[in-house]
Design a protein around this ligand. Sequence first.
Ligand SMILES: [Zn+2]
Length: 305
Amino acid sequence: MPEEAGATWLPNSNFFAGREGHTPRYVVLHGTAGGISAAQIATYFQSTQGSENPVSSHYIVDQQGLVVQCVSEADGAWGNGVLSAGHAAYWQHLGSVNPNNVTISIEHVKASFDNADQLSEAQKSASFQLIEHVCRRHGIPMRAADEHGGIASHASLDPVTRARCPGPYPWEELFAYLQHNSLVPAGWRDDTAKGVLHAPNGYVVIQGFRSYVLSHPWAADNWPLENEHHREQLERSNAALGGGSIQRFRKTTLEWTPRAGLCEQWTGVEMMELERRLDQSVGTINRGTMNQGTINRAPTETPTP
Ligand SMILES: [Zn+2]
């Protein structure tokens, strides 16, 4: 079973099982320097099993945007075992650890033997999404690699024989994409063109509330319980705040008024006020039951429309 949704699973046996105890901290990007399709490259990897030079990568992304997975992310694929002279300084800290045990390798199908091809639009889109998903699954930093992890080129490990791997790649566009998407809670989807943030449960977050969610630490399970709407009195505990826009989430309430702007409700204060009123109201009902045999006394306050 592929770990990446939508990927085709064409496995081979060229890997270090269980990463020999290590965990992935880097994504390494490659170009195939020849070949047409992801499936063809996967078949090639299979053909090297048991040979003198068995090779593999975790993923292959072709120019049609198709993704093939060949090795489980739990295992170390045999794609970048050589650390050659002139490698990026941050790899030095690995010491004797085989780079394959701390990396997830992604091949990009490029027909030219020097990897000179630019990615196709479909390939770029599939590559960006795959990288984001891989980073999320393993907590890999979504930025250029340093000694703490991140995203690197094969050339950064082996500038001697792999200087042109992956060849041209839209790095700046990738990092811009990841920087934006790293702020979108996992499982949510942000439509930047329309300015609509879609939560997994179908509600949406727009305008200032969207900006707020995207610019503050926001738990993925802090879903909206409703869409943004107007309310004449936003808070029972702070009548002076007046009316405005409100949207309740599972753990947070966002409010906006023309005068105060956007604020997070002091949910605890509001809850205590509501509980106090509820207790009063229940007290009234109980007395009503005992004294007059009915619970249908006049409500203590008019419900908000
Ligand atoms: Zn490579």
